[in-house]
Design a binder for this molecule. Sequence first.
Ligand code: KIV
Ligand code: ZN
Length: 527
Amino acid sequence: MTATSQTPSAVSDKNRVLIFDTTLRDGEQCPGATMTLEEKLQVADLLDEMGVDIIEAGFPIASNGDFEAVEAIARRIKNATVAGLARAGMADIDRAGEAVRHARRPRIHTFLSTSPVHMKHKLQKEPDQVLEMVIASVTRARNHVGDVEWSAEDGTRTEHDFLCRCVEAAIKAGATTINIPDTVGYTAPHEYKALFEMVRNRVPNADKAIFSVHCHNDLGMAVANSIAGIEGGARQIECTINGIGERAGNAALEEIVMAIKTRNDIFPYQTGIDSKMLTRASKLVSTVTSFPVQYNKAIVGRNAFAHESGIHQDGMLKNTQTYEIMTPDSVGVKSTSLVMGKHSGRNAFKDKLKHLGYGLSDNQLEDAFVRFKELADRKKVIYDEDIEALVDEKIAHSQDRMKVISLLVVAGTMGPQAATLTLDLDGVHKTVQASGNGPVDAVFNAIKAIVPHEAVLELYQVHAVTQGTDAQAEVSVRLQANGNTFTGKGADPDTLVSSAKAYLSALNKLIAKHERLHPQHGIVAAE
Ligand code: KIV
Ligand code: ZN
């Protein structure tokens, strides 16, 4: 189902809450969550299909890559408003205006710090100078587009009088949405609600704009604060899939949507989100960012609908309402099913992908089918999760320049553990042998022998995609180099192959960044 998206002006229902997704901007800004252009497009398409009202596609002045991504998203998105972020400077705003220009519904989102601590130490400006900048930046943005959002950065630590003056001035200069972010995750629900009530009561032209919440999760209250802001009169929520974002992250979109849906008796609001797409969106974002979703994460964690204890299982068998406040189906969790085997044909496979929410081109479908057959040769039973891992993995690795060709590992008690690895580096095959303290260490040492680098392994995590000893292993790896973090994921029935894929995926991202900064270098492989 495609949910209909609405622009602020089209929203007549006073309880309709707009969902502004910033996974591709605030989410992508957190260390290690960098996405490629192709990945951003996949995420943006899914957000649009899911019914997100506004997609914040990036920060166009930050880099050429960001600009290109915002522009490409603006050109293709059919329903949602596409926003580009800009600081208060004219160059920022012009770049954002240029990037969103081709969107059906373009928005410029410009922001400026208003709290005493930010004005003094970050901006080194007096409040009156800041007020002038608010007016100038919003006016400039309005020259580009009719839909302008203004944010008072660190709004929750801003003096009320000054906040009201800035909001009034921004609306007068043409801002159609006013965002009061809890930039540092400091506020609490009753305080945030009161803040919106205060601003909406005191600012004379407040009725000319939609108010927005934007909460960070430093104290674990981002979702509760967002909903409290709505109770205080805001009608737009800024959030991210899986709650990814700076530091402890942003408010999680899926939690907000399901809190409103499940407790509509006390939160009588509506969003345009098709909640059945939440699980799919969570998986896609986790795959492309390589950020694992914690098992007990609300709504989309793998244990969110699992009932382990005997008492709970007994209650569930008698009546699911005993322990279930929402159904797995309502968020798109399908009961694990035995789906296909090695005799399944193309059409059945195509149907299954459609049912799982994938719209692949003919070439992508053919490629996925070949890999499905390979998997079916190695694994007796294939579940929905196996097919999702197979397709998601391809999305995550489509731009990789280094790939595993073959791997042979010696493991067990006799030692030394060793790995013989062949990699494809831009079409050239290189083979090495390496040993290590255990098979995983040997595999990683083999990669380092082919592609020497200084990155430090910060995280290595394995989990099984389904049950059974022949389950695919999904490995997450995090590398750290020069203050930057790069994450990678790999899936395969062989844990060591998925480990190699995950390490290479992170290394591919590291090298891509290195090459953006030093375009004259290629992949430097050892001879
Ligand atoms: O957290 C924040 O204040 C932001 C602004 C740019 C809206 O992300
Ligand atoms: Zn933020």
